[in-house]
Design a protein around this ligand. Sequence first.
Ligand SMILES: Nc1ncnc2c1ncn2[C@@H]1O[C@H](COP(=O)(O)OP(=O)(O)O)[C@@H](O)[C@H]1O
Ligand SMILES: [Mg+2]
Length: 275
Amino acid sequence: MADEYKPPALPAPFNNTRPAPELLTQGAEAHLYKTVSLDPSIPAALKVRPSKPYRHPILDRRLTRQRIIQEARCLSKLVREGVSVPAVLALDWEGQGGDEAGWGGAWLMMEWINGPVVRVVLEQWEAWMKKNASSLDAAQLEQENSRVRDLLRRIGKTLGGLHKAGVVHGDLTTSNLMLRLPTEGTESETSPTGVSMQGEVVLIDFGLASQSAQDEDRAVDLYVLERAIGSTHPRSEPFMEELVHGYRESHRGAVSTLKRLEDVRMRGRKRSMIG
Ligand SMILES: Nc1ncnc2c1ncn2[C@@H]1O[C@H](COP(=O)(O)OP(=O)(O)O)[C@@H](O)[C@H]1O
Ligand SMILES: [Mg+2]
């Protein structure tokens, strides 16, 4: 049997909090934990960037610190601008200690978003449709497709709000979009698929984000997401135009960004023809 995975030691004070933070995901750059903030009933997301032992310690410290501060800055700016992102609760760019002496990582604690990532929602929906779509009548089929169109439109609108606030995300995939589950008491939608698409679209993961109001940067943001949806959610891809619609309606600058998007797509096609 393979050795059980042991996550790296947490920085202080999280090596010592009860209940212990629960490791949710481990990316190349960051580990994501669920923990609590101030009160055990308030959930929080803790993003830890461990130091990288193979990098020179001074460079490592500088990069880790820059990335986490950058992410926190973007988030707090976006909260102020009314864009739907998790609020920043706490931050330490010189995470010290834990059990490991000289731990040079950094961490960011933010509001917990209660709900699924869009990748999971679309994957579940597509899996159900693949198996069962033939059992739906025309009206039901139309209803299902229109739920996806509506979701993509809401995503486009949220991205428009992000760009309008002067930030480009830099890493848009359906794993970096979440749906905040509606609060109890809201009537839930009924669908034979059992997959809800309700909830506010929330943007996460600003580790590669930057401040920019350039059409090129904005268009590349959209293009990257378009490609990601095309490759991971083939059944949803035909509805991509809805995302563009939602985006177009979100702010006045959208028109020139969308024009640029056509150039970016063209360059992408040329590149894939060449090689
Ligand atoms: N604020 C949050 N609330 C709830 N879950 C979150 C939150 N932030 C991140 N997650 C979960 O953790 C995963 C990884 O977080 P992310 O910021 O995207 O880090 P990475 O750089 O590793 O992709 C997300 O895909 C999501 O499932
Ligand atoms: Mg991510």
